[in-house]
Design a protein around this ligand. Structure first.
Ligand code: CA
Length: 246
């Protein structure tokens, strides 16, 4: 039997939530180049918005300029674009007092036929739903997650910790950054979720799994996730990006 080509479709929703005055999350994607991004910005005043939208814009712009040249494999190209976006945010922050210290998380998915790479900096997440089971692909770069991994904290303690917002890696806060890269094989039917912590702080993995395991169009699934997070409190900005392999 010949191997059928895999195609991807995507939809995303971002929402301010119910408590925050503005939305510092950003998302972007290019189905043509096979790249999907979610960023969660931080910093005073409007700095977080600047950082997250700069990250999405720079990564897509650089991929757009370099893709198709065939000079570099996609995951390396994506990693290079993330490092260049880091430099752009860092140097912008250096030049402006108001933007000083701004940064952003970035979780990205790059796909090429059946091959997929997940790139991560910070505590936004990528999950994959396969055969109705949800699996977290990324590891949070957060203080509490690292304490859990070292056995110094339990997961319930981590969820309640006053330090749960502290992330240990971000884009734009230092002159260089190293994303985690996870290589996967995509199968038709796989559903990838990229999201900010405004979703995962409000909803358990099992609830996300049950919400995704429903026969709705992707934009409807995104809207249902966001509505559930708002119903659970909406304490933070909420962003969901869904990518389906078909
Ligand atoms: Ca957030």
């Amino acid at each position: 039997m010949a191997t059928a080509a895999v195609h991807y479709t995507a939809a995303a929703v971002t929402d301010r939530g119910r408590k925050r005055p503005s939305n510092e999350d950003a998302f972007g994607f290019s189905i043509e180049h096979g790249v999907y991004l979610v960023c969660d910005g931080m910093g005073g005043a409007a700095a977080g918005e600047v950082a997250s939208s700069l990250a999405v814009g720079e990564v897509l712009r650089l991929l757009n300029r370099r893709a198709g040249s065939g000079a570099m494999p996609l995951p390396l190209l994506a990693e290079e674009a993330i490092c260049a976006a880091n430099e752009a945010i860092f140097s912008r922050a250096q030049r402006s007092h108001k933007l000083s210290g701004m940064g952003t998380t970035l979780v990205g998915l790059a796909v090429e036929e059946r091959r997929a790479w997940v790139l991560n900096v910070g505590d936004s997440r990528c999950y994959r739903l396969r055969n109705r089971r949800l699996q977290q692909i990324t590891l949070d770069h957060s203080l509490v997650e690292e304490q859990v991994r070292l056995g110094r904290m339990t997961r319930p303690e981590a969820l309640r910790s006053p330090l749960r917002n502290v992330i240990t890696r971000a884009l734009g806060t230092h002159s260089s950054v190293t994303p985690d890269v996870f290589e996967l094989e995509a199968e038709p039917g796989d559903l990838f979720l990229l999201c900010s912590d405004g979703l995962t702080r409000e909803l358990s993995d099992s609830l996300i799994e049950s919400l995704l395991d429903a026969d709705f169009p992707l934009d409807e699934l995104c809207a249902r996730l966001v509505a559930a997070a708002n119903k659970a409190g909406g304490h933070d900005n909420i962003t969901c990006l869904l990518v389906r392999a078909e």
